[in-house]
Design a protein around this ligand. Sequence first.
Ligand SMILES: Nc1ncnc2c1ncn2[C@@H]1O[C@H](COP(=O)(O)OP(=O)(O)OP(=O)(O)O)[C@@H](O)[C@H]1O
Ligand SMILES: [Mg+2]
Length: 279
Amino acid sequence: MTITKMSAAHTEPLQKGESLIPGFTVIHHMRRGKDCDVYYVWSEERLTGCIAKTLQPETQENEVMRKRMIKEGEYLKTLSHPNLVRAYEVVESPTPVFIQETLTGETLSHLIRSLTSQNEVLPTKQVAHLGMQLCSVVHYLHLHNILHLDIKPSNIISQPPLAKVIDLNLAASPGEVRKGMGTKQYMAPEQARGDVLTTAADVWGIGAVLFFAATGKRPFQSLEDGRYEQLERPAEPVQTYREMDESLANHINRCLQHEPEQRPDLKELHEFLRTFIQA
Ligand SMILES: Nc1ncnc2c1ncn2[C@@H]1O[C@H](COP(=O)(O)OP(=O)(O)OP(=O)(O)O)[C@@H](O)[C@H]1O
Ligand SMILES: [Mg+2]
């Protein structure tokens, strides 16, 4: 195994065969996000491939980001739910890295884009099934006083029959959170404004994901100059882009109500979706 060579000077991701941290060798670099690198690594201890999430070299000295990455790893190691990715271990230094199970499916974003390009749509029962699973895992996070705050199609991996939520990097307790933290097209208006956040911010995220899963379109686009479309107009009804059962459409639309208090409660939404699937 080669020597670990992550330092602030290295801006390129590590290559196949390089050591990420002792015991974990890079098989390939998977993705470079805004602040993080995701690698597929070989675990010497487990004799299997795992997913390692770490900070990009440029971000490694940033104390806020380091703490956030360690917190994300600790959450995923401690929490346990069938619709949430599992972390096996968290390494704090010299570079924060956490090791996760390998999910084998594709992201919801990829899945829906492929369907759309073939002029197909996700059947409504599958939209409801996805929604039910999201309600279930997000409700579990909320019971643990955690808001996800970045529920979006690329943070959901479809591993049939399960939808798995990943990426707790922005997760926080209810309360005040830095203005605009999240993904522009999917964040609730109160998140864009920097208001105090409640569980309703994630209900919005679920609504935005279901809107996309049902129609192949995002409910809001990203505007230039720090402007947020969700602060400038209400969401269009999901029926604008797809004919569907009225009660299912109404539940999706209610998740995207501007006022947090007008969005449905997760248990109520879960129950509706469960009944819808069984009908
Ligand atoms: N456990 C996993 N199994 C399989 N693929 C994964 C796993 N974790 C992450 N990925 C892949 O890596 C991508 C990025 O992961 P993640 O969302 O955790 O990082 P991120 O840097 O926060 O990304 P972004 O900035 O795009 O939100 C995911 O969209 C997915 O394609
Ligand atoms: Mg992500």
